[in-house]
Design a protein around this ligand. Sequence first.
Ligand code: PLP
Length: 439
Amino acid sequence: MTDASRSEELFERARQLMPGGVNSPVRAFGSVGGTPRMMVSGKGAYLTDADGREYVDLVCSWGPALLGHAHPAVLEAVHSAVDRGLSFGASTPAESELAALVVGRVSAVERLRMVSTGTEATMTAVRLARGYTGRNLIVKFAGCYHGHLDGLLAAAGSGVATLALPGSAGVTEATAAETLVLPYNDITAVEEVFAARGSQIAAVITEAAPANMGVVTPADGFNAALSRITREHGALLILDEVLTGFRTGYAGYWGLTGGAVGAADPFVPDLLTFGKVIGGGMPVAALGGRADVMDYLAPVGPVYQAGTLSGNPIAMAAGVATLTAATPDVYTAIDSRSRELQDALSAALSEAGVDHSIQTAGNLFSVAFGTSANGVRNYADAQAQEAFRYAPFFHAMLDAGVYLPPSVFEAWFLSAAHDDAAMDKIFAALPAAARAAAA
Ligand code: PLP
């Protein structure tokens, strides 16, 4: 394991100044060990660290960099918005431009409210569901991550999974008691909880496809069944597309599945949350959905929500430029790169004798070690895998110039800028990394 010296120096300084040296826990490399690389620039499929080393990036800012880093059209839009001023705290035309792009792509969205982070989007969606239904309880699934709002940190994925925490200190028992946590992909458990407490449940929140316990494919009809059950009981379905939205397809994961023309199990979620790609790398997120529900938000309705920097003009410009450039062809290209990489990864691991499954949801995927028998269907499966194989695999890839998510519980992200040269660099690194995972 070679640690980059300038990165080491900079990280040491960061550790004196910030808890764990980071502003988001997974960045600390806690579960893979070693010194986090301090990144100083990104271009296309590549990141460059403080030591001048270049990496093919398979994190893509945890999703937003769909077009690759520093995409010319996005930079131009941002530069031109910057020249007109940074923030006005007033309505701007760009907000409606971005909202119209979302409404035009995702037919389940009739109205949209912009916020700055995915956490704010899900937090507001939960408050809105409670305000609309007059009920308190929220159902979530173990291993799904919806941001760091108190009520949804129980059995959460992402960094909570990476740090092996059951939840978070600082969440009161009263708050935790209002969240019912069920196993993912288990419709019987959902039926049972609604049979017992249906009249108290405001909403079910679920990732459109889980990607924060590694990727898990929703069983056929699972999301549609959630929609049916919530409707039968007067509750709402909140489909969290913060990670999958505008990444797994032109209209998100819902657009690929329940909202697709001719879908086997069509359904329409009541509320959806977006983040990441919608801002193209700037802090933008949003919640949207049925007009009658969304109009419960202030100033029309009684559910309060606000933000000094919500709809920030620079962030809106980045979002508009990103979604405009994210044409159907972009998704076709990323889908095909993703399949190539899944095949190469699986072949390298098989060649090295490493038992694994490749978990997919559209173009999103992750690897899970020692899971070939049943794959990963829920959080218990994800936690039971041979996670210890990931650290040596990760470091072999890093040493070969490929930057993977520093946790086995995260998805791998590709971009439209991952060309043949970038893919070849990844393919070349895989065999040695697979042998490292076997050891
Ligand atoms: N929801 C999902 C599905 C996510 O993956 C994330 C972040 O990874 C969030 C919500 C929270 O978004 P943010 O980190 O912008 O607060």
